[in-house]
Design a protein around this ligand. Structure first.
Ligand SMILES: Cc1ncc(COP(=O)(O)O)c(C=O)c1O
Length: 411
């Protein structure tokens, strides 16, 4: 291991403001309910392999040039596929020329943050939101304010209060970051009327909306409302999506859509000479028909896993675990009684092979998330889900007395 090398250390030369040091990866825990991992059996291997062969034999020589002879926005056939998919599945008509292919939607978040945010700026996020987004805002030195959620997403009355409060203090929030379709972590879907209200509030207070549709293709309950971006007539909405959840996260392909006056300022910040070419080519070749078939099958599989986790939670935690049954996606956001500290629970659980996301890391206000947790059911099989939830309940009972013995019998 390089730690023991007899060399003079250079760590004293590192920047003083780096984040905490990484730990070595030690493999997945036995019951892995963290992260946005997906169902392994649903990765469409044969089709991806056939697409890779076809596109490489036909256009592989373009790999000799940076940007695949498509320019810095990304491989054009992929941008055309994304535009067709959004038109068909999300009623969102956009020009492939406004779509930037990114290395996962995480890069889209980084680019938008870099283009809009300076230390001390203010943004509005959802009270429960993607922990990765919170982490990025923290390291950007930005103030973030959590807007309360209900079963339909951001509460518009509360958001109006926050915006007015900021206006009274002379603070201009840079954007409202929202995950309106299959929200992370709650799994809710914002109805059309609320999307329209959100947009008109943003207009009234002169702020932007950053719409993150990472899980939007994994909806199994109800119709998919149009994107907020599609309702926007003035270029107020920045939009990001990803193939991580609909095909596979390790591919690292996402996209960012914005009108050119904004995109032309964002593009120079993407300094990596293009996202991975092979993945872009294979996904473009995969195309809309395979995509539609894949997400139909994947969504049915995920719904089955979700049902298994819901049943396991009810059986093991009974009334001690409150949650909305998600309308799609890969997560359940659970509220335990006030006395449970899930940050501590997560530490104990991981030492016994159960990984959970503590709610504090997924909450704008860490304190309000202290007794919440997020479980991902995307990757483990149903048996692992059942066993893992039983083990988590045992650990939680031992550590906190919650849930009382035999959750659903006692309540
Ligand atoms: C809401 C949300 N946005 C963005 C991302 C980033 O995903 P990726 O970079 O794999 O597209 C995630 C990952 O879990 C997420 O949950």
């Amino acid at each position: 291991m390089t730690e023991s090398r007899p060399i003079k250390h250079i760590t004293n030369l590192l920047r003083s403001d780096l984040p905490p040091a990484a730990s070595r990866w030690v493999g997945f825990p036995e019951f892995n309910f963290v992260g946005g991992n997906n169902d392994a059996d649903s990765v469409p291997l044969k089709t991806l392999a056939a697409c890779a062969e076809a596109v490489l034999m036909r256009e592989g020589r373009n790999l000799a040039t940076y940007f695949l002879a498509s320019g810095p926005m990304g491989y054009l056939p992929l941008r055309e596929f994304i535009a067709a998919k959004l038109a068909l599945r999300a009623s969102y008509l956009c020009d492939p020329a406004d779509i930037l292919v990114t290395t996962g939607s995480m890069q889209a978040l980084d680019l938008v943050n870099s283009a809009f945010l300076e230390p001390g700026d203010t943004v509005i996020i959802e009270e429960g939101t993607y922990g990765g987004a919170i982490g990025k805002l923290k390291s950007a030195g930005v103030n973030y304010i959590g807007a309360p959620l209900d079963e339909d997403g951001i509460r518009i009355d509360a958001l109006a209060g926050i915006l007015q409060d900021l206006a009274d203090k002379g603070v201009q929030p840079k954007f409202i970051y929202t995950i309106p379709t299959v929200q992370n972590p709650t799994g809710s879907v914002m109805p059309l009327a609320r999307r329209q209200e959100l947009l008109s509030l943003a207009r009234q207070y002169g702020t932007a909306i950053f719409e993150d549709d990472c899980y939007a293709d994994l909806l199994w309950e109800g119709d998919r409302p149009p994107t907020i971006a599609s309702l926007d007539q003035e270029g107020r909405v920045l939009y990001t999506g990803s193939f991580s959840k609909s095909i596979a996260p390790a591919l690292r392909v996402g996209y960012l859509i914005a009108d050119w006056p904004v995109m032309s300022r964002i593009l120079p910040l993407k300094k990596d000479a293009g996202s991975g070419a092979l993945e872009q080519m294979v996904l473009a070749e995969f195309g809309l028909d395979h995509f539609t078939r894949n997400v139909t099958d994947l969504t049915a599989t995920l719904k089955g896993k979700c049902d298994a986790m819901v049943a396991a939670l009810e059986e093991q935690f009974g009334a001690s675990a409150e949650f909305l049954v998600p309308k799609g996606g890969i997560f359940i956001w659970i509220t335990l009684p006030d006395g449970v500290d899930t940050t501590r629970l997560a530490q104990v659980a991981i030492s016994e092979g159960v990984a959970i996301n503590p709610g504090a890391e997924w909450s704008a206000n860490a304190e309000s998330g202290r007794h919440r947790l997020r479980l991902c059911f995307g990757n483990p099989d149903k048996q692992t889900i059942r066993e893992g939830v039983r083990k988590l309940a045992e650990i939680c009972r031992r550590e906190t007395g919650i849930p009382p013995r035999s959750g659903n019998i006692d309540h």
